[in-house]
Design a protein around this ligand. Structure first.
Ligand code: NDP
Length: 301
């Protein structure tokens, strides 16, 4: 009977929030919050970008001050740290919960945290590990690193989780940016290696699409080195579980450089890393029994 039916559909409490910035990422976030049923106030420098969201029920503020005043929770997704300073200049932040999703450096995030908390607000920094099409699509695996006020994070974690999963990484406001940039830096190293690999085969009778699955699975197989390196760093022993030692790998580098030359490819993406490997070995021949982990020590200034 209908009156005895238990409603098992879980509903999340709607939290009103304000979003500044409707670029590619901001617009995707806005869509996700509207879809999840959170009352949303938006502001964008170019007002026309708010129109599709207004049609979906978002309130559109004419000024930053008006947008900030509308809700306690304020999410910022502008281009960079300078645009945040410009947009929030002179705006009353007293009692607000500011979540800054702008990509920044750890130092910029810490300075912005001090700037915001000095104006009477709580501060949470975020580093988005997703591109806009992944936002609001849990199966795509989007998430955001958060750091700063734990209280703010706990209080708003449900609404923050609507566009992407949440990972709180510490009270230090710079830690979200630190994690974000560390992951993306590793990604660029991988992209550099992939670029070199494709350059090697470019003028040969090897289709890029034939190399692609081989390259992808080889890189995946090599990701075991990520955890192995962490274990060596934490043990302070770079010879722990070594499979291919530094001496052997340095001895192999001329093959890579000669192949690049034979193929008419610049070795410029490989040479800086090879130079560090050689420097570590030359500093002490005993380092030859190590893994590549000693390179990390050479990078630290
Ligand atoms: P877009 O270039 O698409 O949008 C930039 C936004 O910033 C627009 O809303 C723009 O307004 C606004 N803006 C720029 N300068 C100012 C200013 N001086 N004052 C006020 N508003 C300003 O960038 P995204 O939306 O893609 O990126 C936003 C943030 O998200 C960035 O920090 C980015 O690094 C980060 N991010 C983006 C990802 C992506 O793949 N797109 C992935 C992960 C993080 P207007 O419309 O008027 O130009």
């Amino acid at each position: 009977m209908a009156e005895n039916t238990v409603d098992t559909v879980s509903t999340t409490p709607a939290t009103p929030l304000t979003l500044l910035g409707l670029g590619a990422m901001g617009a995707a976030l806005a869509e996700a919050w509207l879809t999840a049923g959170h009352p949303l106030t938006v502001w964008n420098r170019t007002a026309a970008r708010a129109e599709p969201l207004a049609a979906r029920g978002a309130a559109v503020a004419a000024t930053v001050a008006e947008a900030v005043a509308a809700n306690r929770l304020l999410v910022v997704c502008l281009l960079d740290d300078a645009s945040v300073a410009e947009a929030l200049d002179g705006v009353d932040l007293t009692g607000k919960d500011v979540v800054n999703l702008v990509t920044s450096t750890p130092g910029q995030a810490r300075a912005r945290a001090a700037w915001v908390t000095g104006r009477g607000a709580r501060y949470l920094d975020g580093g988005i590990m997703a591109v806009p099409p992944m936002i609001g699509v849990p199966a795509a695996g989007p998430y955001v690193f958060y750091s700063g006020s734990r209280e703010l994070f706990e209080e708003h974690r449900t609404v923050l989780a609507a566009p992407a999963d949440t990972r709180y990484v510490g009270a230090d406001a710079g830690f979200a940016a630190l994690h974000d940039v560390a992951l993306l830096s590793a990604m660029y190293g991988m992209f550099a290696g992939v670029a070199h690999a494709y350059a090697l085969i470019r003028d040969e009778d090897v289709a890029p699409s034939a190399l692609a699955p081989l390259l992808g699975s080889w890189l995946t197989a090599m990701t075991g080195s990520v955890a192995a390196t962490a274990a060596q760093l934490e043990a302070g022993d770079y010879t722990l579980g070594v499979v291919s030692d530094l001496a052997m790998q340095v001895a192999g580098t001329p093959t890579f450089l000669r192949t690049a030359e034979e193929q008419g490819v610049s070795p410029e993406l490989l040479t800086p890393y090879f130079a560090l490997m050689r420097r570590r070995l030359e500093a002490d021949r005993a380092n030859g029994a190590e893994d590549l982990t000693g390179v990390i020590d050479l990078l630290r200034r």
